[in-house]
Design a binder for this molecule. Structure first.
Ligand SMILES: NC(=O)c1ccc[n+]([C@@H]2O[C@H](COP(=O)([O-])OP(=O)(O)OC[C@H]3O[C@@H](n4cnc5c(N)ncnc54)[C@H](OP(=O)(O)O)[C@@H]3O)[C@@H](O)[C@H]2O)c1
Length: 399
């Protein structure tokens, strides 16, 4: 990247050079003064070139570790998803990921995959800070130190209060060079559900529905209940394989008799199927109570959604898919319980009474739930919209 116009720095390089977290978005340097302004010497031209290439290869290998981690998405709860690669002479020599809770962690799988004495030039890349406590397995930090690794690159620090940087310190105290913060956003969002649950004890809530362009959930009674296409529904089903529980209101069970199974994903675990009811009137012959996953169905009677979520969190449910119907979704919105929405829009206007998110609604627009990090995906004639909730301070309703 060094050329007549000067180097283009990325944030990782500046971070390395200064040893501080300084964010420089898309900066094109015009002269040495830029470096001097950060307290660097002119000889930094050379160092920066090396550091930029180090940053690029760190990102490349962390991407490989992320790919490895994604192989176990939806399989590791209540543990996080983690991937690792071992790099020797700029080549990946071994890989590993954490498969299930109770199985060895990614770093250990990776070191076992290598199987030999680790050479001094080896670098271990891992998407999440290695654990430093004894749980179902011994601390990964001990294993890394014992293996004789000299350099470890970590995607993101573990927000679990029992770890939270302790693993990094232990490795550094053992004389290992540790670089932290490579592809941090990707590494963090991989475990968005775990990160919320481990800190708050409550599951990460995704509100999902298929709706018409005028915000309705259903067609008229007696007609096909689908508003979205088969492709959109397959896409939505894939989400079920990644959550620990699916929650619906009793009316949805009475009207749709859904299966709520993770049908399309290979090796999918069956999430809990959770029904909320006040009346207790649920058909005994509903699929949820009679199919082969009947023991994975929980019914909560007369409990608020918030209470149910807290209880599910205690059962190690880290993520919940709220699948409707409208009353459930409206309550979740009013109570600010939704962390992420995944809405499928079908090209149809139905009118009618079943709104997707009824509830009381925001008292003033400033109090509405705003969405960040919006994603749009076209699925044939349908569109999938995702976004993360941002809850503003509550404003009083004007007199
Ligand atoms: N398009 C989609 O993606 C989609 C998804 C799901 C459902 N749907 C449709 O949505 C329609 C049903 O929606 P809906 O709004 O009428 O009803 P709903 O939300 O499915 O269920 C409402 C019922 O849930 C129970 N309930 C709600 N809040 C509760 C709480 N806090 N505590 C305990 N129980 C609670 C009550 O059951 P009791 O009456 O037993 O007390 C209530 O009558 C169906 O037609 C279905 O086809 C569409």
């Amino acid at each position: 990247m060094l050329g007549s116009k000067g180097p283009i720095l990325n944030r990782a390089v500046v971070q390395y050079v200064t040893g501080r977290r300084i964010f420089v978005e898309g900066h094109e340097t015009k002269s040495h003064n830029f470096f001097r302004s950060w307290g660097l010497l002119p000889r930094a031209w050379v160092d920066i070139h090396l550091l930029m290439s180090l940053a690029r290869s760190d990102e490349r290998f962390m991407r490989a570790a992320l790919k490895e981690a994604r192989r176990a998405l939806g399989q590791t709860s209540p543990n996080p998803v983690v991937g690792a690669v071992l790099v020797i002479d700029n080549r990946i020599s071994a890989k590993g990921h954490h498969r299930h809770a109770g199985c060895p962690h990614a770093e250990i799988v990776c070191l076992r995959d290598f199987g030999n004495t680790i050479p001094a030039a080896a670098t271990l890349y891992v998407t999440l800070e290695p654990c430093s406590t004894t749980g179902r397995t011994s601390p990964c930090t001990d294993e890394i130190i014992k293996a004789g690794l000299k350099t470890v690159v970590i995607g993101t620090v573990d927000v679990n209060p029992r770890h939270a940087g302790r693993g990094v310190t232990l490795l550094q105290d053992a004389g290992i060079k540790v670089r932290v913060g490579v592809l941090t956003e990707e590494c963090t969002s991989l475990n968005e559900a775990f990160n919320k649950w481990i800190v708050t004890g409550r599951p990460f809530v995704v509100a999902k529905c298929g709706m018409s362009l005028d915000g309705r959930l259903t067609r008229r009674p007696g007609e096909s209940r689908w508003i979205t296409s088969a492709a959109a529904r397959r896409h939505a089903h894939a989400l079920r394989a990644q959550v620990d529980a699916i929650v619906v209101g009793a009316a949805t069970v009475r009207i749709d008799n859904p299966r709520l199974t993770a049908r399309n994903a290979q090796q999918a675990r069956q999430p809990w199927r959770v029904v909320l009811t006040r009346s207790g009137k649920l058909p005994r012959h509903a699929r949820l109570f009679t199919d082969r996953f009947a023991e994975r169905t929980l019914v909560y009677r007369g409990k608020s959604l918030r209470t149910v979520l807290t209880d599910l969190g205690k059962r190690n449910v880290t993520s919940v898919l709220l699948e409707g119907g409208g009353e459930m979704l409206g309550q979740a919105l009013d109570a600010r319980l939704i962390d992420k929405v995944q809405v499928y829009l079908g090209p149809i206007l139905t009118g009618g009474p079943v709104l997707a998110f009824p509830g009381r609604g925001a008292s003033v627009t400033q109090n509405a739930v705003h969405l960040d990090r919006i994603g749009y995906q076209k699925l044939g004639q349908n569109v999938c919209i995702t976004g993360y909730s941002r809850f503003p301070e509550r404003h009083p309703r004007p007199e």
